[in-house]
Design a protein around this ligand. Structure first.
Ligand SMILES: C[S@@+](CC[C@H](N)C(=O)[O-])C[C@H]1O[C@@H](n2cnc3c(N)ncnc32)[C@H](O)[C@@H]1O
Length: 282
């Protein structure tokens, strides 16, 4: 990450979601604000109508899928009163949300958040009163301290999204966040995606993983953490989560009726972890 500059990977993910609206069939994640929040002028590496940085279609689709999985889970978490979007980038959930009882905390590095607020204003996207901007660097302070300072209520049910962020964090920073969420006294859920180490993938998938990692490093935001599914399950259980659902590409193909011929390019996975306070059974 270049200090004081907006995240380039946040821009890249937002481009992927915008391109997904028209380029992929079926569209798995509907986001009418995805294109609006982007700068109108084609920036470096932004080909007209496509996804920048030579991103393969399957990577773009995975970026849309992680939002679909997260927002499906969020919709099902009926008692949630607080949504926390960690490393929010240009995520638009807060501006599509029509539930006035849901507070949405957006946490991101200060420079990226300033840029996002400029983009929202320039695009004429209203910022509802339910949105709380919470600038923070997870490498410097825990998500907890930043959130509590911004008015997060530890005693109210909360849903956390950490999409496209875990790979950029050191392992302990991610696990600290998981422990914070799992340790909350009220029901809490967390959805995040992660990458597996090359050694955990079949050899034919490793070049795609390496290419994606190199593309991110070239943007100044190298991937720092990798986990196998058994490691994630063990770490999240240790943190205190009682329910852990970890889906890969094939699970998503089945769940969302995608073309079974689409290859799993780089083995990315999406986890939905819930604490043992099961709000659906209360
Ligand atoms: C790939 S982008 C994903 C953005 C958004 N979640 C999405 O899916 O489009 C990664 C985001 O994580 C944020 N981020 C990375 N490291 C961070 C840190 N140490 N503290 C806070 N935010 C961080 C970046 O600023 C960026 O917005």
């Amino acid at each position: 990450m270049q200090t004081g500059r907006p995240s380039r990977t946040a821009m890249s993910s937002a481009h992927a979601r915008a391109a997904h609206q028209t380029a992929d069939s079926p569209r798995v994640f509907a986001d009418p604000l995805a294109a609006r929040i982007l700068p109108a002028a084609a920036g470096p590496g932004r080909p007209a109508g496509g996804t920048p940085h030579g991103m393969p279609a399957e990577v773009r689709l995975f970026m849309a899928l992680r939002h679909r999985v997260a927002e499906d889970a969020l919709l099902a978490a009926a008692r949630t009163r607080q949504v926390v979007i960690l490393g929010a980038g240009l995520d638009t959930f807060a501006y599509r949300n029509r539930n006035p009882a849901l507070r949405v905390f957006e946490v991101d590095l200060p420079a990226t958040q300033v840029w996002k607020r400029e983009r929202l204003a320039a695009a004429g996207i209203d910022v509802p009163d339910t949105v709380v901007f919470c600038p923070a660097d997870f490498a410097e302070q825990t998500a907890e301290s930043a959130l509590v300072a911004a008015g997060f209520d530890r005693a109210a049910p909360a849903f956390f999204l950490l999409l496209g962020v875990a790979p950029y964090l050191e392992r302990e920073a991610l696990l600290d966040t998981a422990r914070f969420v799992a340790g909350l006294p009220a029901p809490a859920e967390l959805v995040f995606d992660y990458n597996q180490p090359a050694a955990a993938l079949p050899p034919h998938r490793r070049p795609a993983l390496a290419a994606q990692a190199e593309a991110m490093a070239r943007m100044g935001e190298p991937w720092r953490s990798f986990f196998t599914p058994p490691e994630i399950a063990a770490e999240l259980a240790d943190a205190g989560f009682g329910s852990i659902v970890d889906v890969g590409w094939r699970d998503c193909v089945t769940r969302y009726d995608l073309d079974p011929a689409l290859p799993d390019l780089f083995g990315g996975r999406i986890v939905h972890a819930r604490t043992t306070h099961d709000e659906r059974s209360q």
